[in-house]
Design a protein around this ligand. Structure first.
Ligand SMILES: [Zn+2]
Length: 226
């Protein structure tokens, strides 16, 4: 059987043969129409796009779209210490969206920049039932192992195509049990990312595909992929 590539997080909304993708919807304009998007998708208020004046409308819209069966994850949501409003404001919106994830029992796709300590603290405090996936991971091996130990999943993107990146060096020694792949906003193909990942691990690409599919089923259930 030809196992599909699974792209856990992309901003592309086009379907591609042989690729299972979760397309991301950003709540920026409260007028967006989820029917324009090809399922399955994730939806979230990104920390960069928090709008204090429309916060309640945005959260209500998030809940409405997230309740749809076409929505399979909440995200990307998270914390960013480099860009966006104050961390207090970000934490408030993140907290409210995480309550939605628990209510709807849907996994979380997280954006995190220089705020891993806060994220880990939050996880300890909330003890979530739904899985939390940190997307676009490009941190050290030490950080990755710590996060995995705390129960986070890590999703790797185009960074692993560069053998000198932190992501590449980290990925080599990371157990595959908590790993996903993604293209995010990058033009790199998910097939290239898988191929490079298989090369870094010195395993067959089909073995890797199989493993990621198992991880996917563990997190999202067995109704979505073949
Ligand atoms: Zn993204």
């Amino acid at each position: 059987m030809n196992i599909q590539y699974i792209d856990i997080h992309t901003h592309s909304h086009q379907s591609t043969p042989n690729i299972f993708k979760i397309s991301n919807i950003l709540i920026i304009k409260t007028t967006l129409n989820p029917h324009e998007y090809i399922p399955p998708f994730s939806v979230g208020i990104h920390p960069w796009h928090i709008n204090e004046s429309s916060k309640q409308i945005d959260l209500d819209l998030l809940f409405q779209i997230a309740s749809s069966s076409d929505c399979v994850a909440i995200g990307e949501i998270g914390l960013d210490k480099v860009k966006g409003p104050s961390i207090e404001i970000q934490l408030d919106i993140l907290h409210k969206q995480l309550q939605t994830t628990e209510k709807l029992m849907k996994p979380v796709i997280l954006h995190c920049v220089k705020a891993y300590d806060l994220l880990a603290q939050l996880r300890k405090q909330l003890q979530p039932i739904v899985p939390w996936i940190i997307h676009g991971f490009n941190g050290s091996e030490q950080l990755a192992l710590q996060l995995v130990k705390q129960g986070f999943y890590l999703s790797f993107g185009h960074q692993i195509l560069n053998p000198k990146s932190k992501a590449s060096k980290t990925f080599i020694n990371l157990p595959l049990d908590y790993v996903f792949f993604e293209t995010d906003e990058n033009e790199a193909s998910i097939a290239h990312i898988y191929q490079q990942a298989a090369r870094l691990k010195s395993i067959d690409e089909n073995v890797l595909k199989d493993k990621i599919r198992d991880n996917f089923i563990k997190v999202f259930g067995d109704g979505l992929v073949e």
